[in-house]
Design a protein around this ligand. Structure first.
Ligand code: CP
Length: 303
């Protein structure tokens, strides 16, 4: 049987996704110990900068006993013209069994997986997918609300360029969460509408209706590229700030994948608000990543 990969959330079934979140919750209370992946060589291959994902994968790998290899891809022979396929074959021959990869190009992890005889874990590729981020967001939501039944979540901002939004939409729909996407037409085309996925342009109208609001980072280059007229216009319509916090339910939570831009998609008031769960999200990331590694490669794992 071919080795399993995690390129996006739907590489696991809904039942496997729930089991994986259960496993992550268990690990958050009791460490599985270093025998779980003892001696399994795991390579972290980050072609793009990362604070949260790279650090928490490394910690997760160490906590399950893997042999962790962190490699600066600038030093790889891809730069000398070695193909992705040859790189994958070479890394497996050396002994690597799991590659955790981040790359600015959408589809790079999939291409690596085509020639790699171990497991590929996507740590974020271009605008395509970021499955472990979505899973840690789902873990945070379930911890908060106890289940996914009846949950309504708004995702706000640059949906078009967001791998976090794409993977969350996939995962939330697998679990029956009702998703509302909010943003300007240039960053949220009507084509995102789907069963269970609604598009709204008026954030003020959406905030009182949802159990959670996920704010996305706005990149300044969207102004330069003409997708936004100005940051002032964006913040006026879509920034979560003190005034808009009053519209949010008292029992709702605020998520952000990080890194956030203070003063653009949110203000300091939001980060200081008791409903903000950013710190919980990053904390949960380690347990979700331990569970993903165990799911893919631990012989004793039973989903
Ligand atoms: N959320 C996230 O992917 O953050 P990093 O880019 O720091 O890994």
């Amino acid at each position: 049987m071919a080795a399993r990969n995690l390129i996006d959330v739907d590489d696991v079934s809904p039942a496997e996704l729930v089991a994986l979140l259960d496993r992550a919750a268990t690990y958050s209370e009791t460490s599985p110990g270093r025998d779980l992946l003892a001696g399994v060589p795991v390579l972290n291959l980050f072609f793009e900068s990362s604070t949260r994902t790279a650090t928490s994968f490394t910690l997760a790998e160490q906590r399950v006993g893997a042999d962790v290899i962190s490699f600066a891809p600038g030093a790889s022979s891809l730069g000398k013209g070695e193909t992705i396929a040859d790189t994958a074959i070479t890394l497996h021959a050396i002994g690597v069994r799991i590659i955790v990869v981040r790359h600015p190009e959408s589809g790079f992890p999939r291409r690596l997986a085509e020639s790699f005889d171990g497991h590929i874990v996507n740590a974020g590729d271009g605008t395509h997918a970021h499955p472990t981020q979505a899973m840690l967001d789902l873990m945070t939501l379930r911890n908060e609300f106890g289940s996914f039944t009846g949950l309504r979540v708004a995702i706000v901002g640059d949906i078009l360029h967001s791998r976090v939004a794409r993977s969350n939409i996939v995962g939330m729909r697998m679990l029956g969460i009702d998703v509302t996407l909010v943003g300007p037409r240039t960053l949220l085309p009507d084509s995102f509408e789907a069963p269970g996925v609604r598009i709204e342009r008026d954030l003020d109208a959406v905030l009182p209706e949802v159990n959670a609001v996920m704010m996305l980072r706005i990149q300044r280059e969207r102004i330069v590229s003409g997708l936004l007229p100005s940051l002032d216009d964006y913040t006026r319509r879509f920034q979560l700030n003190r005034d808009r916090l009053r519209r949010l339910r008292h029992d709702a939570v605020i998520l952000h994948p990080g890194p956030y831009n203070r003063g653009i998609e949110l203000t300091d008031d939001v980060l200081e608000d008791p409903r903000s769960r950013y710190v919980v999200q990053v904390h949960n990331g380690v347990f979700v990543r331990m569970a993903v590694l165990a799911f893919l490669a631990a012989p004793a794992y039973a989903a």
